[in-house]
Design a protein around this ligand. Structure first.
Ligand SMILES: [Zn+2]
Length: 265
């Protein structure tokens, strides 16, 4: 049969309205990352439910012959009200959803991706504006595991030297790469091969912090990051790794950076 109705439980990650007023939606559920179509018109009662960061049970109509899925019903389960209170909250949630879409939900780990972003949105909703980027970093770091892109935290990926050895730190992460280098490799790379690239430094405190983030809830990870003076460096490292995993800049992070910059001057 070419046409059928299906039901899914999941989260709207992204919506885009067409010039005609129709809406194209990206929906994450345990079964996959679905691209849905919703016909326009202000009278469509689904419009208020089919928005980013709404968790819902949905009904769709699938026309497999034309490879087309239409949204036909939505029962809202959770709206994460607290994330709609500020630009920083919404932009941090957008950065997480952008990352999910770009990595195809951690390379097809749909169930884990849905669980992680649901927990992130709940945590974000209760946080202060200044803490949004911390919890986003904890999310990115956890997301690097299913992608297999967590750097080796024990030894230099180039020469194999242990970071616990004397004088092996501070090491460096080259922006755009996903390997942690020891001090001498970082110096060599920085000076000779990639002199125009930015090298992000890390020390043993940063390594210890990175090592313990995945064993904690997002709330605990925020407290941990807040307690460490070098947390801005940790955030830079994690966001750089996240953008390397996403194979390019995350637009939502760039917008956050610009906003931060403008409010500082
Ligand atoms: Zn090395």
């Amino acid at each position: 049969m070419a046409q059928r109705n299906e039901r899914y439980r999941g989260l709207f990650l992204h919506t885009k309205d067409t010039a005609r007023g129709d809406r194209i939606l990206t929906f994450l559920c345990n079964e996959g990352l679905l691209s849905l179509f919703m016909f326009g018109g202000p009278k469509n009662s689904l419009r208020s439910a089919a928005l980013p960061f709404v968790l819902a049970d949905i009904e769709v109509y699938r026309d497999s012959r034309r490879d087309f899925i239409k949204l036909t019903g939505a029962n809202v389960l959770e709206v994460f009200d607290g994330i709609r209170k500020s630009f920083f909250h919404m932009q941090s949630a957008s950065a997480a959803s952008e990352f999910l879409i770009r990595t195809s939900a951690f390379g097809g780990e749909y169930q884990q991706a849905l669980l992680m972003i649901t927990l992130l949105l709940r945590e974000l909703a209760g946080l202060d504006e200044s803490e949004t980027r911390l919890v986003l970093s904890a999310f990115f770091w956890d997301a690097l595991y299913p992608l297999g892109l967590i750097p080796d935290l024990l030894r230099c990926e180039r020469c194999g030297r242990l970071f616990s050895e004397k004088n092996s730190l501070p090491g460096g992460l080259l922006v755009g790469e996903s390997s942690f280098l020891c001090r001498s490799c970082a110096e060599e790379y920085g000076q000779i091969r990639f002199s125009t690239s930015v090298m992000l430094p890390f020390d043993d405190k940063i390594l210890t912090c990175l090592h313990s983030i995945p064993r904690q809830s997002y709330g605990q990870a925020v407290l941990l990051l807040k307690s460490i003076p070098s947390s801005p460096d940790i955030i830079k490292i994690i966001e750089s790794l996240a953008e390397a995993a996403a194979e390019g800049p995350l637009q939502s992070l760039r917008i956050l950076d610009q906003t931060f910059y403008r409010t500082q001057i």
